[in-house]
Design a protein around this ligand. Structure first.
Ligand code: 13P
Length: 249
């Protein structure tokens, strides 16, 4: 089975309207494989401008967070219904920066994933271990602690509509990419963990690798059997570099 392959940009709190234009112009003529999707997760204020500037039907836009409630007195938050209004189809949830800086627990992330799915959005669920956990042999325990609450909340069957991004925290923004072999080993473990709940579902879930992905490392990473693309931070802010990462699929 050919799984969907996704190269996703996470701009984090970066970019401006000029980059929106430049990125859309750079990507609109990109020749992508049939099973390939490119996803650009911009800060919320730029979602509409980017959607309008994109003409390529395999390139989608996504948000970087949402609130788990439908609406109400939650100053500064963004709802799923608002993203629906903008025809946004994807949302990054549980990024390690949201977990570590804003204290999002795996239980809260699970609620957000459920809320996204209930509103027709595809969650890009981020999980990853810290350096301490990796060095202490706790990688799998850490990933399990982040995945299990989501499975408990939505049920494994709903994972057919979920994208999982594995981002080792020690590789984010540090220039230290996990080796392709190390990333594959962890992706294989994630898929087998999902498969223990439902083997058919596990085969459909795109598993993206994130953490210092660039044009030089993308090809080898994406060639691994359980790596279905990437979630790209810093390198997604440079048009030529990001294009080359998209072409590495
Ligand atoms: P970098 O590619 O800058 O390491 O960021 C990875 C990331 O956090 C994407 O979500």
């Amino acid at each position: 089975m050919k799984r969907q392959s996704i190269v996703a940009a996470n701009w984090k709190m970066n970019g401006d309207l000029a980059l929106v234009e430049e990125m859309a112009n750079g990507l609109n003529s990109l020749e992508l494989k049939d099973h390939q999707t490119v996803l650009i997760n911009t800060p919320a204020p730029y979602l509409t401008a980017l959607s309008s500037a994109l003409t390529h039907d395999q390139i989608k836009v996504g948000a970087q967070n949402l609130n788990e409630n439908e609406k109400g007195a939650f100053t500064g938050e963004i709802s799923a219904l608002m993203l629906n209004d903008l025809a946004v189809q994807y949302v990054v949830l549980g990024h390690s920066e949201r977990r570590s800086i804003y204290g999002e627990t795996s239980e809260l992330v699970a609620k957000k994933v459920a809320h996204a799915l209930n509103n027709g959005l595809v969650p890009v669920l981020c999980i990853g271990e810290s350096l301490e956990e990796r060095e202490g042999g706790q990688t799998e325990a850490s990933l399990e602690a982040q995945l299990a609450p989501v499975i408990a909340e939505i049920g494994i069957e709903k994972f057919v509509d979920v994208v999982v991004a594995y981002e080792p925290v020690w590789a984010i923004g540090t220039g230290k990419t996990a080796s392709a072999a190390m990333a594959q080993e962890t992706h294989e473990w994630i898929r087998s963990y999902l498969a223990a709940q439902n083997a058919d579902v596990a085969q459909t879930v795109p598993l993206l690798y994130g953490g210092s992905v660039n044009a030089a490392t993308a090809q080898e990473l994406f060639a691994q059997p359980d790596i279905d693309g990437g979630l790209v931070g810093g390198a997604s802010l440079k048009v030529e570099e990001f294009k080359n990462i998209c072409l590495a699929v």
